[in-house]
Design a binder for this molecule. Structure first.
Ligand SMILES: NC(=O)c1ccc[n+]([C@@H]2O[C@H](COP(=O)([O-])OP(=O)(O)OC[C@H]3O[C@@H](n4cnc5c(N)ncnc54)[C@H](O)[C@@H]3O)[C@@H](O)[C@H]2O)c1
Length: 450
């Protein structure tokens, strides 16, 4: 069957899926990190709520989803099809080692102009970061004073749990989601300390170096039954111990590393090269950026974490093992240079050496002048709303359907992650159709020609 016809029991109304808890009450969104991405996200949501701007870049707010056959003419907005939390019901909180409130942090980040911050300054001032679990060992370029103290990492994680409970109680929240918007931590390889929940908890007690602050936030969130999304390339939730906890408690997790600029383009262009069965000799990517993220990534440890995440994309899309004549041994280089004058306005250059008929070489050049946090902010919103929805729909563990939003998407152990943006988009929309009792859309379409 092609584009499915409407199932008798289903309808485009959210109430058609009785097993999904409604989005009643308020949703708390907590971000470790109140820097460029988090403040741009919060300022954007508040501006939308006040009717000052539109949610550009957000699928949950702007995208339609086709249901049934093309001739059915059913294409509701995703937010009218799926029971998502309303923007009016969102309450924000953050942790950061730097004590600046959201207005000061947004001004320092330099992403949004004063004319966009002024009208919501009263609101942004009220968001003050809670003391963070922070250690310079994992992020060397930041010096914060707003930091928790504790004898063991377990103590620190317990304090995070208390923060989550207090935030819920104080704001009379129904549900919460945590989205990591903090700095990229130094590279850590998964080891025996991460292999099981028991080993992880023992390592927390022993202050083991392999337990990074981000992992403590993840553990604390899951212990409080709160979904966790990881916007940075840190290991964080991508370890067996946290996966075990998420399964055990029935909580959605996803990660890692928001797919915003260059990698977004990579996951669009490389499937196109492969779809045409053109070869690839090399792909050179370089970036200049001058925000605090760029400064943190100037540290070799944090850069290695980012590099691993950026490099993983091409191999899985191009499958050189299946197509040795086209893709064996291609060269892939990624560079990030901290260049302060550019602030948050990153410039990326890609030089792509491709090969055509009879081995003739060609080149594609991409020069992307993007605004990092402007691209990342709607991703934070979508991940929070979809993760909350997934939780209410009884989904748990890795949410592969959210791969669309990540550079280095998590997949079940032993499974290759899906990087192709359009497969990811299909997976996302089909998951929504599936959860809402609608037929999958396969694009076969033969029924139109019967
Ligand atoms: N902007 C993008 O397009 C994009 C894309 C992919 C991933 N990311 C990732 O998102 C994260 C945030 O980016 P940004 O541009 O907002 O960076 P930023 O430096 O402006 O903000 C990060 C904030 O996290 C805080 N922080 C560091 N360690 C912390 C901890 N342990 N607990 C709480 N807060 C902590 C820092 O003090 C800082 O205020 C980075 O890891 C970045 O790599 C960003």
């Amino acid at each position: 069957m092609a584009s499915g016809s409407k199932r008798p029991a289903s309808s485009s109304s959210p109430s058609a899926a009785p097993s999904i808890r409604p989005a009643a009450g308020r949703l708390g969104i907590l971000t470790p990190g109140l820097g460029a991405v988090a403040t741009t996200f919060i300022a954007g949501v508040e501006s939308i709520r006040r009717g000052l701007t539109k949610p550009i870049g957000s699928l949950t707010q702007m995208s339609h989803i086709r249901l049934g056959k093309r001739t059915d003419n059913r294409s509701p907005l995703i937010k009218d099809f799926v029971p998502l939390a309303k923007l009016e019901d969102i309450v924000f909180a953050a942790w950061d080692p730097i004590p600046d409130d959201a207005l000061t942090a947004a001004r320092k980040a330099g992403v949004l102009e004063d004319k966009h911050l002024e009208p919501i300054a009263d609101f942004l001032k009220t968001i003050k970061p809670m003391p963070a679990v922070f250690d310079n060992k994992y992020v060397t370029r930041i010096n914060g004073t707003n930091v928790k103290k504790g004898k063991t990492k377990r103590d620190l994680a317990e304090q995070l749990r208390q923060d989550i409970r207090d935030f819920k109680k104080k704001n009379k929240l129904d549900r919460m989601v945590v989205v990591w918007c903090a700095s990229t931590e130094t590279f850590i390889k998964a080891g025996p300390q991460h292999a099981s929940l028991k080993a992880f908890e023992a390592a927390m007690e022993k202050n083991d170096d392999s337990i990074a602050p981000s992992m403590l936030y993840a553990w604390a969130a899951l212990m409080e039954d709160v979904p966790f999304c990881n916007g940075a390339p840190n290991l964080t939730v991508d370890i067996p111990a946290i996966l075990e906890l998420a399964q055990q408690r029935g909580i959605p997790i996803s990660g890692k590393d928001f797919k915003t600029g260059q990698t977004w383009m990579k996951t669009v262009i490389s499937p196109a090269i492969k779809a045409r069965m053109l070869g690839l000799k090399g792909w050179y990517s370089t970036n200049i950026l001058g925000n605090r993220d760029g400064e943190v990534l100037d540290d070799p440890g944090s850069f290695k974490t980012k590099e691993e995440s950026k490099l993983s994309v091409l191999h899985t899309i191009l499958q050189p093992e299946l197509y040795p004549d086209l893709y064996e041994g291609f060269s892939h280089v990624v560079r990030i240079n901290y260049y302060p004058p550019r602030g948050d306005n990153k410039e990326g250059w890609d030089n792509i050496d491709i090969v055509g008929w009879m081995g003739y070489p060609m080149q594609i050049k991409v020069n992307f002048l993007c605004r990092d946090s402007i691209l990342a902010a709607p991703i934070v919103l979508d991940l929070a709303l979809f993760s909350d929805f997934a939780h209410r729909a009884g989904m748990k563990g890795i949410q592969e359907w959210l791969s669309f939003y990540y550079k280095s998407p998590m997949a079940a152990p032993g499974l290759q992650p899906e990087h192709d943006l359009f497969i990811q988009q299909t997976k996302l929309k089909n998951t929504l159709r599936h959860l809402m009792g609608e037929d999958q859309i396969t694009h076969l379409g033969l029924e139109y020609y019967a």
